[in-house]
Ligand binder design. Structure first.
Ligand code: ASP
Length: 348
């Protein structure tokens, strides 16, 4: 009989691992090592499941770069022993976490699937079972002895997405995530159907896995809104030791053309801060130079975030700033797809 595949479940926290205390009505974390008892269906899967749980599971609102490194190290230490990884986190910041993990792992050859749920695992109408069972199926899916998926993904409500393309869009519905600028990698119905042509494949399968753990947190998101004042922008660009700004602009990457605004940005860029232009729109791309209102941004040296999500831009900033690149190298790498997070085409 063929050897069973081995899957490591990493539980960091979030609703999926909670049960209701029926006496008090409160949700509390349960011992995740008991997962096979809670979901006996898992035994029917043709794989051996092991679990590692954070000693103190966290709500994903408390996620930070130390936890990112902790998740990455768990996967790194177990990389050779397991065929695939399923990481369970709260859904609230799952797009940020899974995006960062996608950048931290270079030359990944095995599946890393993030999932969670909107309702706790013990609830009657829970979405946790389907999300967990199908994530494990995705992590163990093989073709010709090779994993079908070899990238960081996010699975929720019958859809598998490239993690660094996702955004949490709904706080109530089971369909909590969207990937507006990249189609689902797989859909689960009667069959689990992979859109194989959309999957990310690293260029050279013989390259060693590299785990990048230096993440720089000296960044900020500056979301534009009509009426934003000089005082507000001044105080944000004046943050001590600031290294990167995700500038959330309007539409196809447009911003006010007021002199004070452009001068402040230009001064900030000249002080070695990298400013990335990312659209506030859920879908579509920044097209620098398309409108008059973005020509100046291009001239003063903003980095073109194209169709990257804000979550992924934050993750990529933390990662690239940690690599201590020159300004030119930073721009080159940011504007190019590293893990499939951005479309390579340059729209003009
Ligand atoms: N507040 C929870 C968290 O993100 C929600 C969830 O698990 O989906 O940790």
């Amino acid at each position: 009989m063929a050897k069973k595949l081995t899957i490591l479940l990493v539980y960091t926290g979030g609703t999926i691992g909670m049960i209701k205390d029926y006496k008090t009505g409160a949700l509390k974390a349960f011992d995740f090592n008991q997962i096979l008892k809670k979901i006996p269906e898992l035994k029917q899967l043709n794989c051996e499941i092991s679990t590692i749980s954070f000693d103190e599971p966290i709500d994903s609102s408390n996620m930070n770069t130390d936890y990112y490194v902790k998740i990455a190290e768990i996967i790194e230490e177990n990389y050779s022993q397991f065929d695939g990884f399923v990481v369970l986190t709260g859904s609230d910041t799952m797009s940020y976490t899974s995006s960062v993990i996608s950048f931290m792992f270079e030359n990944l050859q095995k599946p890393v699937i993030f999932t969670g749920s909107q309702l706790p695992i013990g609830e009657l109408r829970t979405d946790a079972k389907e999300n967990l069972i199908t994530s494990i199926e995705v992590a163990s899916a093989r073709e010709n002895g090779q994993p079908i998926v070899s990238e960081v993904c996010l699975y929720f409500e019958y859809k598998l997405y490239r993690a660094n393309r996702t955004t949490k869009v709904n706080a109530e519905q089971f369909e909590a995530f969207a990937s507006m600028n990249y189609p689902p990698l797989a859909e689960s119905g009667v069959h689990l159907y992979f859109n194989e042509h959309l999957l990310f494949k690293s260029e050279d399968k013989n390259q060693q896995l590299v785990v990048r753990k230096k993440l720089d947190t000296n960044i900020v998101i500056l979301k534009l809104y009509p009426g934003i004042t000089k005082k507000v922008v001044q105080s944000i660009v004046g943050i001590p030791n600031l290294k990167g700004i995700v500038l959330e602009t309007y539409g196809a990457g447009n911003a006010p053309t007021e002199k004070w605004f452009l001068e402040l940005l230009e001064k900030t860029i000249s002080k070695d801060v990298n400013v990335v232009n990312v659209t506030q729109c859920a879908g579509g791309s920044v097209i620098m130079g398309h409108y008059e209102t973005s020509i100046e941004l291009q001239k003063i040296g903003l980095v073109n975030g194209k169709d990257i999500t804000t979550e992924s831009a934050v993750a990529k900033l933390m990662y690239l700033l940690g690599e201590k690149l020159t300004k030119k190298e930073f721009k080159y790498h940011f504007e190019k797809s590293l893990r499939g997070e951005i479309s390579d085409t340059n729209k003009v």
